[in-house]
Design a protein. Structure first.
Ligand SMILES: *Cc1c(COP(=O)(O)O)cnc(C)c1O
Length: 222
């Protein structure tokens, strides 16, 4: 049989790389690894749970709802993060299902989420997603709108954890991570959700508190 990396091995490997990047950056704060399980079947996810991992990320409400309720009865301390674009009409489901949202990017969504948080008495931390490369096709608020979005979120009672970005592909992410980090400081926010399979070490060097890793844990997506 060919050698196949076990999920537990891949997990350990990523964590070692994270620790090394953190230590090179002289950081001793907690850096959270979010295993991005979008498109993965329950049976692909289970081995990571069995290896002790508990923080996962999905990008579709419906897909998350079909996969996670069962897994959660088995692994009760799972934390589920929403990392994909969120429609306002899915706010109720999202607030019920997720423990954090990384894609708060517009005032209409602030209103929808705030209403649901109040209704459900469940105030989950949100990251403001920033369109850091000013790409027309990408989600995220404009850099110039962060202050307004932050103020409206706070005024509505939404706990804002920090900023999130997905930098442009095909170029170095370094200046974008550095800019997001600077923007978080400017706005007095501590959380930085940045870095994926190809660049989480760079992100950690530049201050990431949450890295979102999919393919490096689960293999290539179809
Ligand atoms: C898919 C996805 C990731 C994970 O990407 P990989 O390259 O597979 O690690 C991270 N963040 C977001 C927002 C994603 O959609």
């Amino acid at each position: 049989m060919p050698h196949i990396d076990q999920p537990s091995e891949l997990l350990r490997n990523i964590k070692l790389k994270m620790d090394k990047a953190a230590s090179l950056a002289r950081r001793d704060d907690d850096i959270h690894l979010i295993a991005i399980s979008k498109t993965r079947e329950v049976e692909e996810i289970r081995p990571l749970l069995q290896a002790g991992h508990r923080i996962f990320g999905e990008n579709r409400v419906q897909e998350a709802e079909s996969k996670w309720p069962d897994l959660r009865t088995e692994f009760r301390d799972v934390k589920l993060h929403m990392v994909g674009q969120l429609q306002s009409n899915k706010a109720a489901q999202a607030v019920r299902l997720f423990d954090a949202i990384h894609s708060l990017d517009r005032v209409s969504l602030v209103k929808a989420l705030a209403k649901e948080m109040k209704q459900q008495g469940r105030y989950i931390p949100c990251f403001l997603q920033v369109n850091i490369g000013e790409e027309s096709q990408k989600g995220g608020c404009e850099i110039g709108n962060i202050a307004d979005l932050l103020e409206k979120s706070k005024a509505s009672g939404i706990p804002v954890a920090g900023l999130m970005c997905v930098p442009p592909t095909g170029v170095s992410p370094t200046p974008y991570f550095a800019l997001l980090s600077q923007l978080a400081k400017t706005h007095g926010l501590r959380g930085l959700s940045m870095g994926m399979s190809g660049d989480f070490e760079t992100a950690i060097k530049l201050g990431a508190t949450h890295v979102r890793v999919g393919t490096a844990l689960f293999g290539a997506r179809d």
